[in-house]
Design a protein around this ligand. Structure first.
Ligand code: UFG
Length: 328
């Protein structure tokens, strides 16, 4: 199939595009490079540097490349930043997302895989989280993604617009070729590895007084390669109807456990410093992946945290300064 991948030069987008192409699909990457990297675009993919706010470019991209379905990953996606700057989140994730849907409708393309998030749930009491758990986001990021899911539901009802919404838990790890490179980096795993590599003196631990076994937040870290597989299955599933799935493994690790395991994997001492809680962080997020496993046959192959950290560390060592560095 011919797929438009918005955000395809980003961390998850690059690995999803790699998987699409290795499976014989054609990928057209649509990315404004505000967060993504030109070097993270597969050479086999067409690349369009443009913004989702630009309806004319969007329509042209969809028409020129005879796109059959869209994987929509372009978004602002940082919990902490969204609390400081909700305007950016509602504009990027909802207003620009609507631009995309309307361009698709104008041309008659009605198949979409949407990158949603565990942040739609807020801070649920019951773990693991199933898709029908109450949705009460604790930050504007989760709210913006939940709003878009609701838009999709009504577009399906009115226009037979078929979508699969994938609620990612914590994406982590790397493929051989593509990894995580944000500036500034706010995620725990790449930050811990930057300390191991000597690029940072220490990692701050945001909150050690959460109601968890060691007081630090617990997350369900899911390998980006398993996420990529789920997108391929989701794409196929848009043929038959619209659905929403969690993407996580059903097991959680605390920030303290991540640091400890990273020390073992890298063989380096990783200094930590206590810091206040970060606004908008729920204490525990663990997925129930049962629905996507039974409906679509998703069967994760990289679920051990040590393997996830190893793959991220390998990528880190081969790209010591991320993409675009003279040393790579
Ligand atoms: N953390 C630290 N120090 C750091 C970075 C993070 O202690 O330097 C902590 C955070 O406070 C949090 C945990 O590590 O408790 C994980 O934080 P990340 O920033 O790595 O990831 P988040 O859980 O905040 O968010 C990620 C994605 C979101 C997605 C969410 C779903 O960035 O897009 O997972 O669980 F919504």
């Amino acid at each position: 199939m011919k797929i438009l991948v918005t955000g395809g030069a980003g961390y998850i987008g690059s690995v999803v595009s790699e998987r699409l192409i290795t499976q014989g699909h054609e990928a057209v990457i649509y990315d404004n490079l505000s967060k993504g990297h030109r070097e993270a675009v597969m050479p086999e993919a067409e690349f369009i540097e443009a913004d989702l706010a630009d309806s004319r470019q969007l329509i042209k991209a969809l028409e020129d490349h005879k796109i059959e379905a869209v994987i929509h990953m372009a978004a602002a996606s940082l919990v902490g930043e969204s609390v400081q700057n909700p305007q950016l989140y509602f504009r990027n994730n909802d207003v620009n997302g609507l631009n995309l849907l309307d361009a698709m409708l104008q041309i008659g393309i009605k198949r979409l895989v949407f990158s949603s998030t565990a942040a739609v749930y807020g801070a649920p009491e019951t773990m693991p989280i199933t898709e029908d758990a109450p949705q009460n986001p604790t930050n504007p990021y989760g709210e913006s993604k939940l709003a878009f899911e609701k838009i999709l539901r009504w577009y399906d009802e009115a226009y037979q617009f078929r979508y699969v919404s994938l609620r990612y838990f914590n994406a982590a790890g790397a493929s051989e070729r593509f990894g995580e490179d944000h500036e500034p980096e706010t995620h725990i795993i790449p930050n811990v590895l930057r300390v191991a590599a000597g690029r940072m003196s220490h990692v701050s631990i945001f909150g050690e007084d959460y109601p968890t076994p060691d007081g630090t937040c617990v997350r369900d870290y899911v390998h980006v390669l398993d996420l990529a597989d789920a997108h391929i299955l989701a794409l196929k599933a848009t043929e038959t109807g619209s659905r929403t799935y969690n993407l996580g493994y059903g097991s959680g690790y605390s920030v303290g456990e991540v640091v400890e395991m990273a020390r073992q994997i890298t063989g380096k001492w990783i200094s930590t410093e206590s810091a206040p809680r970060r606004a908008g962080d729920p204490p525990i997020l663990i997925a129930s992946p049962d629905k996507i496993m039974s409906d679509l046959g998703w069967s994760p192959r990289h679920s051990e945290l040590d393997r996830i950290l190893e793959s991220a560390w390998r990528w880190h060592l081969s790209h010591p300064h991320g993409y675009g560095s003279a040393n790579n």
